[in-house]
Design a protein around this ligand. Structure first.
Ligand SMILES: NC(=O)c1ccc[n+]([C@@H]2O[C@H](COP(=O)([O-])OP(=O)(O)OC[C@H]3O[C@@H](n4cnc5c(N)ncnc54)[C@H](OP(=O)(O)O)[C@@H]3O)[C@@H](O)[C@H]2O)c1
Length: 300
């Protein structure tokens, strides 16, 4: 939760409408409100009231209306919905700017920057909006949002991809308002960057799933396994962050304790998926932690 974040002066910080008050959109809205950023509305599919908007005391609107309400419109919808939504909004803009059409975005002369929140996707899904003359950006907050009220933590990385300097400047002001760290990320690097995020976040969770299964087979209850793993995982993570790689790595893969590793592998023989995970992790860690052995050296 970000209720304790102190609002900073918001002069020059753009106003924001978020389309899709789900886990990421709701969290972003929660923290932007806490930071004192103007949010004229949250956009839902049909423009109807939404519990997240009610909780934050914000109005709601339709995605189409969002384009006329703020300087930055954030598409916080699932990755697969971004391009369809962008096409729909671009079509709406085109119709609005036809000579006989209604006034373009009443109340606002300039067109907003439109950004999506996907980590893996770049600017391509927003292309219809760029063709319609809008600045576009990909803005990924490097944090897990399990619920709409999670909030954005201070100090997290915000990976931004855009071809428009003014768009980068707008997002930089929002990132600063959230006490975040802006990372300029090339479009071509986004999938690699997001794979890293998924390995770190979902991979850690996946490793805990595998470890829980083994501990439960030793007779521990589900809650006992999680209570046992929590400080272990935390201390291992902390050691790597403090001492770096390889200095903060510990365990038999790093020490080269082959006998222990073979005992582990024998114990996992009946669980092919966990054994494959064990071997893959041992290889990745061993590559950075152990000097090449003489028999693996090409000169041997
Ligand atoms: N959750 C995370 O940890 C996290 C972290 C970083 C980045 N992201 C990114 O954030 C984005 C949203 O993910 P999420 O986890 O927040 O998803 P989510 O919890 O499923 O929320 C998606 C929101 O988008 C709305 N929506 C879906 N399709 C729509 C459409 N066609 N038009 C308008 N609204 C639509 C949904 O409304 P309904 O409820 O009506 O379906 C919901 O409010 C994704 O790009 C994701 O990669 C997520």
């Amino acid at each position: 939760m970000t209720g304790s974040r102190r609002p900073r002066p918001t002069t020059g910080v753009p106003s924001v409408v978020i389309v899709g008050p789900g886990r990421a959109g709701g969290s972003l809205a929660t923290s932007l409100v806490a930071a004192g950023v103007s949010i004229p509305a949250l956009a839902t599919r049909d423009g109807l009231r939404h519990p997240v908007a009610d909780e934050l005391g914000l109005a709601t609107c339709t995605p189409g209306d969002a384009l006329g309400l703020a300087e930055v419109v954030v598409l916080a919808v699932p990755d697969d919905a971004i391009s369809g939504l962008a096409r729909g909004l671009a079509g709406r803009l085109t119709r609005r700017t036809e000579p006989t059409g209604a006034a373009d975005q009443p109340g606002r002369e300039s067109r907003p920057l439109v950004a999506h929140l996907s980590g893996a996707l770049g600017l391509a899904p927003l292309r219809p909006l760029a063709v319609a003359g809008l600045a576009t950006a990909a803005w990924h907050v490097l944090q897990a949002f399990p619920s709409p009220d999670t909030g954005v933590r201070a100090g997290v990385v915000h990976a931004v991809t855009t071809e428009v300097p003014a768009a980068r400047a707008s997002l930089a002001r929002l990132v600063a308002a959230l006490d975040g760290r802006l990372l300029d990320l090339a479009d071509a690097d986004r999938a690699r960057y997001h794979a890293a995020a998924v390995i770190a976040a979902n991979g850690t969770a996946g490793v805990m799933v595998a470890a829980s299964r083994l501990l439960e087979a030793c007779g521990l209850s589900s809650s006992e396994t999680l209570a046992a793993l929590d400080p272990l995982v935390d201390s291992a993570r902390e050691a790597v962050v403090r001492a770096g790689i390889p200095g903060g790595l510990t365990g038999p893969w790093v020490r080269g304790d082959r006998g222990t590793v073979e005992r582990h592998r024998a114990a996992l023989a009946g669980q092919a998926d966990v054994l494959a995970l064990y071997d893959a992790l041992a290889r990745v860690v061993g590559q950075v932690a152990l000097p090449p052995s003489p028999e693996s050296s090409p000169d041997a």
